[in-house]
Design a protein around this ligand. Structure first.
Ligand SMILES: [Zn+2]
Length: 263
């Protein structure tokens, strides 16, 4: 195992630089909303077509993640630009007329800046973030930038109807690994009470600095990175107005399936 002696890291973490950005009040910041289209359980059930296009989505955020209609790859948005990472691993700019069956976006504003110093694996990075996030009960948008020692990401292949459940589709996912790769991870940690609506816990997508490739984060090593946190106090869920969503069976607890697909 590469991740042996981590006791010294605890010291590093407790001394991690943390800056709270002043001048931001949670109460009267109208842009501090997590806007999402559809629900994660609808995506799990194979509702791969939505009626929200990216022009509409951009009105609700300049930062976010999700997928595209026909489940055609992973979506990542940052600094107001949205990209589709297809199952060939290539990132393409998304046009305003393209649509999404599932997306979560916000207007990202940094509440807190942290430097992650010591090297950690993905699980340890999540514990590190857990210690930095003030409450379990708000969603947080997270942006992590720098050179990542190692990242393992995936993308999903475009589907044609009749759609199979996501747990079946990911058996054919493409996996990409990067070493010492410069780029940005963006995503969310959402509270456990949002189970069924969004991916609870951490959900992150990556794009390289040159915006040429990336994907949905599966695993990685993290060191010397800049972490920015944005606390969210409003959630808005926009449901698809189509036959697929209308007819989908969204009953029951799909937590173990979501964990299989997204973690
Ligand atoms: Zn994802």
């Amino acid at each position: 195992m590469k991740y042996k002696p981590y006791i010294w890291l605890v010291v590093v973490f407790t001394s991690a630089l943390s800056v709270v950005i002043p001048g931001r009040t949670q109460q009267n910041n109208s842009s501090n909303i997590l806007f999402q289209t559809s629900t994660i359980n609808a995506l799990m059930a194979g509702v791969y077509d939505g009626d929200t296009n990216f022009k509409e989505l951009k009105a609700h955020g300049n930062f976010g993640l999700g997928t595209l209609n026909n489940l055609d790859g992973e979506m990542i948005g940052l600094d107001g630009k949205f990209y589709q990472i297809k199952s060939n691993g290539i990132a393409y700019p998304i046009s305003d007329v393209m649509k999404t069956p599932f997306a979560a976006v916000t207007f990202f504003q940094t509440d807190k800046l942290i430097n992650l110093v010591g090297k950690v694996n993905y699980e340890q990075m999540q514990l590190f973030l857990d210690r930095q996030l003030p409450s379990k009960n708000y969603p947080y948008a997270i942006r992590i930038q720098g050179t990542f020692p190692y990242l393992k990401v995936r993308s999903v292949p475009k589907q044609t109807p009749p759609y199979r459940p996501l747990v079946e589709v990911v058996k054919n996912q493409s996996i990409f690994e990067f070493k010492n790769i410069k780029g940005t991870l963006i995503g969310f940690r959402t509270p456990s009470y949002m189970q069924g609506v969004n991916v609870t816990g951490y959900h992150l997508h990556f794009i390289t600095e040159n915006r040429k490739t990336g994907g949905h984060l599966l695993d990685g090593e993290f060191q010397n990175l800049q972490v920015e946190i944005d606390q969210i106090s409003d959630v808005r869920v926009d449901l698809p107005k189509n036959y697929q969503f209308n007819q989908a069976n969204l009953e029951g607890d799909k937590t173990s399936e979501v964990n299989k697909v997204e973690k």
